[in-house]
Design a protein around this ligand. Structure first.
Ligand code: AMP
Length: 371
């Protein structure tokens, strides 16, 4: 599940289809035991309950009847209060066991209306069941006989529930996200593809924090820190620094920039373990990776570019053609699996990395602007 945007608001994953399914099953089975041989009339309150009712009655293991009613605003009533009434109740329900199925009960206003309507229906019993219940928001005294999932007083959408018309179709439930929205990019590509150069432009343009794991390692090596000494032997040979070391370092860099509008990750992740840990870190921050932007450049052009850079950069791993070729090999062998990782999430964007710096920035910007 991903963060989604409906109209102007962002929503984060809240309940998965499996969690909802388990709650609905439990309600149906509990109720079936309680009702014994009674054939209940289930009444869903539209629109929100349509998905819940559909799943609920499929799971209800005994004969039952199903119908729906809808709340409609009174026409021509001058009142500041939102007066509504229920419509669609045409069936004779005298002597029947009626179970109201609600998607969500918060303040309980709809429920008062339900009780008002059913006062004159001579039903045998009126039971109230709701998939979601907000105990903190509930202001009424009517008993709620069955509730599936108790939630705090946050706005949710999905599984029948909407925000201004959108979101009812979603099979899962999402919760409103009040924390700042970040744009997080993974800049990807073999050594010499121009990630560093592009990151410099993009971080200015989009006000993002650029974290290059290679740069952080080199900084630590230069300052002879414990981390630097550990990483040096791997880096000099063109090998990857072990995941535990790299992941810890990356997390520390992200935490240093708690107020960021978002990040450009450059040189990270390079393994699936790193990609998984990055997803977890983003979830912890109520956020996600929005896109992996991969610069695509042929090997021979890369070798040429890196040897050229090695003349002035002072980087040992740029000076030697064998080390360069090994880094490119490592990149394809170990890290191109990440293309699959992000492709599966529909987040992979390949960009032609040959051209002028401005041209390439422009190609990348077109992708970011559409996110
Ligand atoms: P770069 O500047 O991105 O080409 O990185 C230079 C070197 O730093 C790599 O060849 C690795 O030895 C090390 N390094 C940088 N990022 C990572 C990472 N995500 N995982 C493991 N090692 C890394």
């Amino acid at each position: 599940m991903q963060i989604i945007k409906l109209h102007d608001l962002y929503f984060k994953p809240f309940k998965s289809t499996q969690q909802i399914d388990a709650a609905v099953s439990k309600m149906a089975l509990d109720m079936a035991v309680d009702l014994g041989d009674e054939i209940p009339v289930f009444i869903g309150i539209l629109n929100g309950s349509f998905m819940f009712v559909s799943d609920f009655v499929k799971k209800y293991p005994k004969p039952c009847e199903v119908t729906f009613i809808k709340l409609a605003s009174y026409e021509g009533v001058k009142s500041t209060e939102d007066i509504q009434r229920l419509i669609g109740l045409t069936q004779d329900l005298s002597g029947r066991t009626v179970v109201i199925l609600e998607d969500i009960i918060d303040s309980g206003n709809t429920l008062s209306e339900v009780h008002r309507i059913f006062k004159n229906e001579n039903v045998k019993q009126l039971l109230i069941a709701t998939l979601f219940f907000k105990p903190e928001a509930y202001k009424k005294d009517f008993k709620i006989h069955y509730s599936g999932i108790n939630i705090s007083n946050e706005f949710i959408v999905g599984y029948g529930l909407d925000y201004n018309g959108l979101g009812r179709d979603l099979p899962e439930v999402y919760q409103i996200k009040n924390t700042k929205h970040m744009t997080n990019l993974v800049l990807f590509g073999p050594p010499g593809a121009g990630k560093g150069t592009q990151a410099e432009f993009l971080k200015e343009k989009y006000n993002l924090v650029h974290i290059s794991t290679g740069d952080v390692f080199r900084y630590n090596i230069k300052n002879e820190t414990a981390l630097g000494n550990l990483a040096k032997s791997f880096i000099d040979k063109g090998q990857l620094v072990p995941d535990e070391v790299t992941i810890d370092m990356l997390e520390a860099e992200v935490e240093k920039n708690a107020d960021a509008n978002g990040f450009i990750f450059d040189g990270f992740p390079r393994t699936t373990a790193q990609a998984d840990s990055l997803d977890k870190l983003m979830t912890k921050k109520d956020s996600q990776i929005n896109a992996m932007i991969a610069l695509e450049v042929e090997d021979e052009i890369l070798v040429e570019r890196l040897l050229e850079r090695g003349k002035t950069s002072g980087r040992k791993d740029d000076a030697n053609e064998d080390v360069i070729r090994n880094r490119i090999k490592v990149y394809y062998a170990e890290t191109s699996i990440l293309k699959d990782f992000y492709s599966e999430q529909n987040k992979y964007y390949g960009v032609n990395g040959v051209g002028s710096v401005a041209e390439i920035t422009d190609r990348i910007s077109k992708i970011i602007n559409k996110l």
